[in-house]
Ligand binder design. Structure first.
Ligand SMILES: C[S@@+](CC[C@H](N)C(=O)[O-])C[C@H]1O[C@@H](n2cnc3c(N)ncnc32)[C@H](O)[C@@H]1O
Length: 259
């Protein structure tokens, strides 16, 4: 892949290689070490918070549209919640994608405690002077993530509180064009396709959209197939856990690479 004649494919191949090898310069390492130290602290934090989950639950929950809209209220420890964060490997891959392709305006759906947001915002700070808009439905997590961003000294993040469906249009209207999107919440087939279709017209000429948990359930596999089949997603990488789509209005040929 690294030697592929297609520039984007070879650049993506190098990113993957560097992520697997954990290749970091001094500045990268400082940020990554700080975020991972925070993750460690959160994983030991037994304090309880009340969360409202507007997502799909686990892969066997089969929540109805109205159940997801109303949200499921529950109590959980920070330590338990922290397990929903993307792992160090996948978080570093997001960091590397941003450092290579340098988006200016990035959007995340699903903040949680802010671990993946921190990786992405750190890369945006160093490599593109860009900003991250991140959306979260649970008020307690909005508060916690904001504390975490302040603690890490990340100033280029705006957290938007509320259901994705209530805020997405306004966030897109106010911040277009969007260069990069990471969808890591509400892993429901129709919801995922719907967010993708809402976001599409707001993307810049060359943009990246990343979907988490594309193999998580039958519905998410179907959603991923639909997204890959859309004429706008010109180059797609299926990494089994996440899917990365490159959209380029000038590019004619479509290609999907399974890794
Ligand atoms: C898997 S977690 C995000 C993890 C985070 N990206 C990370 O790696 O650190 C998904 C988050 O999305 C939020 N969420 C799910 N569905 C939502 C919806 N429909 N509207 C708003 N927030 C939602 C949940 O509350 C949860 O905190």
């Amino acid at each position: 892949m690294i030697k592929d004649p297609d520039q984007i494919v070879s650049r993506f191949g190098s990113i993957l290689f560097d992520t697997i090898k954990r290749r970091l310069n001094i500045e990268d390492k400082i940020w990554v070490d700080n975020i991972e130290a925070l993750r460690k602290d959160l994983s030991k934090d037994k304090s309880e918070v009340i969360i409202t989950d507007f997502g799909a639950g686990d892969s066997k929950s089969n929540r109805s549209d109205s159940e997801m809209h109303i949200g499921q209220v529950g109590r959980s420890t920070i330590a338990e919640i922290s397990t929903a964060s993307k792992s160090p490997f996948w978080s570093l891959l997001l960091y590397k994608i941003i450092s290579e392709f340098k988006p200016k305006t990035a959007l995340e759906l699903g903040t949680c405690l802010g671990i993946s947001s921190s990786y992405q915002a750190a890369a945006l700070t160093i490599y593109s002077s860009g900003k991250l808009l991140t959306m979260e439905g649970s008020s307690s997590l909005v508060e916690k993530s904001r504390e975490n961003f302040t603690y890490l000294g990340l100033l280029n993040i705006e957290v938007i509180e509320g259901r994705f469906s209530d805020n997405l249009h306004k966030v897109l209207d106010d911040n277009q064009p969007i260069d990069y999107v990471f969808i890591d919440g509400h892993h429901d087939q129709n919801a995922t396709i719907n967010y993708f279709e809402i976001i599409l017209p707001y993307l810049s000429e060359q943009s990246i959209i990343i979907f988490d948990d594309i193999s998580w359930s039958k519905g998410m596999k179907t959603a991923w197939k639909r997204i890959v089949g859309n004429h706008n997603t010109k180059l797609n990488f299926d990494l089994k856990e996440i899917g990365v789509c490159f959209l380029d209005k000038q590019r004619l040929k479509k290609r999907t690479i399974k890794i």
